[in-house]
Write a protein of this length. Structure first.
Length: 270
């Protein structure tokens, strides 16, 4: 909880920055104010004292700390109480953001967190490489797909360089999440399933998110080349909206065709 508090600036939650701060992020009293709980009680909670936490209070704290879905689940597990809103979206995933993602079509767009979980996506992104809707939710992770899914492995044109960069960025992000079960579980899962990942991981490379050309071989329209843009929806190491922009006219034409095909497929009765 302390690490999550320290990653949020006062401006992100509508509080004045105030005087010079000795520590990064929010103060305990500010989180208590946002969650409508007592400062002493919140301090005890952060110190892991033996106190009772209701689902409603845990929900208020999760919102105040801008926890993503996995972090929220972990909080309720530690609190030993049921989540009153188990399907609540991650920070920034309002109906307005979902509408924006849809309106960006035919440009592919998705919300992805720092663990590479694909949290939301529009029609075009969902058919960019394979049919994401057909995959289990737990497999909708770019790292997992890039290293283990046969279709993604085949259709990522610059796969070797892409997976090297991805592993390095994942290692850099994981430095802030070493004790978190979801991160450790994904790491273990990748190590057990992919020799390629193990090789990349042992290189100990670290990188921050950046921009470079992405190319995919779509089975319906052919080669697609993209530039892409990140729009951060929370702390910079948190969820981001990524939009893929055609890098050339041929990709633009093929992307429009892919969007038409996707709409036509959705119009066919099940």
């Amino acid at each position: 909880m302390r690490s999550r508090r320290e990653r949020i600036s006062p401006e992100q939650v509508g509080l004045p920055p105030g005087r010079r701060r000795r520590t990064p992020g929010l103060r305990r009293e500010e989180v208590a104010q946002l969650a409508a709980v007592g400062v002493t009680w919140y301090t005890w909670l952060e110190q892991a004292r033996e106190i009772q936490v209701s689902g409603q209070v845990a929900d208020a704290i999760a919102r105040a700390l801008m926890l993503d879905h996995t972090e929220r689940t972990h909080l309720f597990t530690l609190a030993g109480t049921a989540d009153p809103h188990p399907h609540l979206d991650c920070p920034g995933m309002s109906s307005a953001v979902r509408s924006m993602i849809d309106q960006l079509a035919p440009l592919p767009a998705a919300v992805v967190n720092s663990r590479y979980d694909i949290i939301a996506y529009n029609r075009t992104y969902g058919r960019l490489v394979s049919d994401l809707d057909a995959l289990p939710v737990e497999d909708r992770n770019i790292m997992w797909l890039s290293f283990t899914d046969p279709q993604w492995r085949e259709r990522m044109v610059d796969r070797e360089e892409s997976i090297r960069l991805m592993a390095a960025k994942f290692r850099a992000s994981m430095a802030q999440h070493l004790a978190e079960p979801a991160w450790k579980a994904l790491l273990k899962r990748l190590q057990q399933a992919s020799p390629d990942f193990c090789e990349m991981w042992e290189r100990h490379e670290v990188l921050q998110p950046d921009g470079h050309l992405k190319r995919y071989l779509n089975p319906e329209v052919g080669l697609l080349s993209f530039d892409f843009t990140h729009l951060w929806l929370g702390p910079q190491q948190g969820p981001r909206l990524t939009t893929y922009t055609p890098a050339d006219d041929l990709t633009r034409e093929r992307l429009a065709r892919l969007h038409e095909l996707t709409l036509a497929q959705e119009a066919v009765p099940a």
